[in-house]
Design a protein. Structure first.
Length: 440
């Protein structure tokens, strides 16, 4: 009778053994989900910020405690969150005892892959809803010397043009047939209808643009409506490259600019260059820029960084020429002579002149908001501007030549002064040097 009464009471209070087990199970599931949510949020944060998750020395045993070693961004950020979430430290300790931390590299990679899949699924749904799309493909070699094929899609969503990067893929080789099969399989895996493609954009390499065996030709056999477009930004870069290679003055000027960057890339030599940064006579200090093989917009910045501080570079080169290291001394003297050359100074000015017109077009052609109408107007406007200046070549070149004749004389005179000062023996017959030395 007593047992019967207790059973009725437990049923009324819903406190039977089964209900209690069910209740504690739900609480455990809830806590595990909250714990997993914190892990996922922390991983997603590192991915969005584009920072590495792990480090060489990973101690996952006591994440809630301070460590002398750097455990990587993910674990350190998780340790930081223990300060704001009181129960997280206890959960980490309990999970450690049960061997269910869920912090191993394999689990981290799995979570990131799942998140990437969800993002990719959303992008594919947007592309499918757009009904038509264009394909943008390019290939490059990464730091481990492996070929990487990047695939992007361009489509319209709610009246706005969108460009979505889908991923990097590692092809077996760079033959047109191999790349075509890979691209086709990617489209099938993403669930996209290849018949919805209306455009394809690649570079001008034979494996991509070949009339018979290129990717574009193979794609048009399946989808004739997929118009092939050779990337206009790439075409502009090729046009500039051919133009500059055909002119020995401009080609050599670019070579000297790149050599200056390589020479001052050393921390010691760059420190010498920076030591003259406080002198207002030489203008604002600019770090020497390097060229990029494919992005010609970088070359304008490289030319500007030399053009604006010729005298500072000359002073640094002269100081480097006095170094005990024979290679440094010889390289510095060679560059000193090259910078003082009239053809280099003229070529530098012409390069700045040309790039100042082509750089806005190159920047626009690489933007996400590009459209065919504005791109055509910008290109035609750039061509018209260059033609107008070319038609006035006598006036333009005459002004440029006269300006740089003065600049050349000024640079040579100051270079001569630098040589005299460096030798601590101004030439007795050189009145100009004596006057310049007094002014300096």
């Amino acid at each position: 009778m007593e047992k019967w009464i207790n059973l009725k009471i437990n049923l009324k209070q819903q406190s039977s053994v089964l209900s209690k087990v069910h209740y504690f199970h739900e609480e455990e599931v809830k806590k595990n989900r909250e714990y997993l949510q914190i892990i996922v949020e922390t991983l997603i944060f590192t991915a969005v910020q584009n920072i590495p998750q792990r480090n060489n020395a990973e101690e996952r045993a006591h994440v809630d405690k301070i460590s002398d070693t750097n455990r990587g961004n993910f674990l350190e950020l998780l340790h930081l969150r223990c300060r704001d979430i009181p129960w997280l430290s206890f959960k980490l300790e309990q999970s450690l005892k049960k061997h269910t931390l869920w912090l191993s590299p394999d689990i981290q990679n799995e979570i990131i892959d799942i998140a990437a899949g969800l993002v990719r699924q959303t992008l594919c749904e947007n592309i499918t809803n757009a009904e038509i799309f264009s394909l943008i493909v390019d290939e490059t070699t990464d730091v481990s010397n492996d070929e990487q094929l990047s695939i992007c899609f361009r489509y319209a969503m709610q009246g706005e043009v969108q460009e979505s990067f889908i991923g990097f893929y590692n092809p077996k080789n760079t033959e047109g047939k191999t790349l075509f099969i890979l691209i086709k399989s990617v489209l099938q895996d993403l669930g996209l209808n290849i018949k919805s493609m209306v455009g394809q954009c690649y570079d001008g390499a034979a494996n991509m643009s070949g009339v018979q065996k290129g990717v574009a030709a193979r794609m048009q056999e399946i989808v004739p409506e997929a118009v092939y477009v050779h990337c206009y930004a790439h075409r502009l870069n090729l046009a500039l490259q051919d133009t500059l290679e055909a002119n020995i003055v401009l080609r050599n000027a670019l070579g000297v600019v790149q050599s200056l960057h390589h020479f001052f890339h050393s921390p010691k030599r760059e420190a010498i260059l920076k030591s003259f940064a406080n002198n207002d006579k030489f203008g604002k200090y600019l770090k020497l820029k390097s060229f990029c093989a494919t992005r010609w917009t970088c070359r304008l910045e490289a030319v500007k960084s030399v053009h604006c501080q010729i005298l500072r570079i000359l002073l640094a080169l002269k100081q480097c020429s006095n170094e005990k290291d024979s290679k440094t001394s010889v390289d510095a003297l060679g560059l000193f002579v090259a910078v003082c050359d009239f053809q280099f100074l003229l070529g530098l000015e012409v390069l700045k002149f040309i790039f100042s017109f082509t750089n806005p077009l190159a920047t626009y052609l690489q933007g996400k908001e590009i459209d065919i109408g504005t791109a055509q107007k910008t290109a035609l406007g750039t061509i018209a501007t260059i033609k107008d200046h070319r038609n006035m070549e006598n006036l333009i070149f005459g002004m440029m030549f006269a300006k740089h004749s003065k600049v050349f004389k000024c640079v040579v005179n100051k270079a001569q002064v630098l040589l005299c000062i460096a030798n601590q023996n101004p030439q007795k017959g050189c009145r100009l040097c004596v006057v310049k030395v007094q002014k300096l």
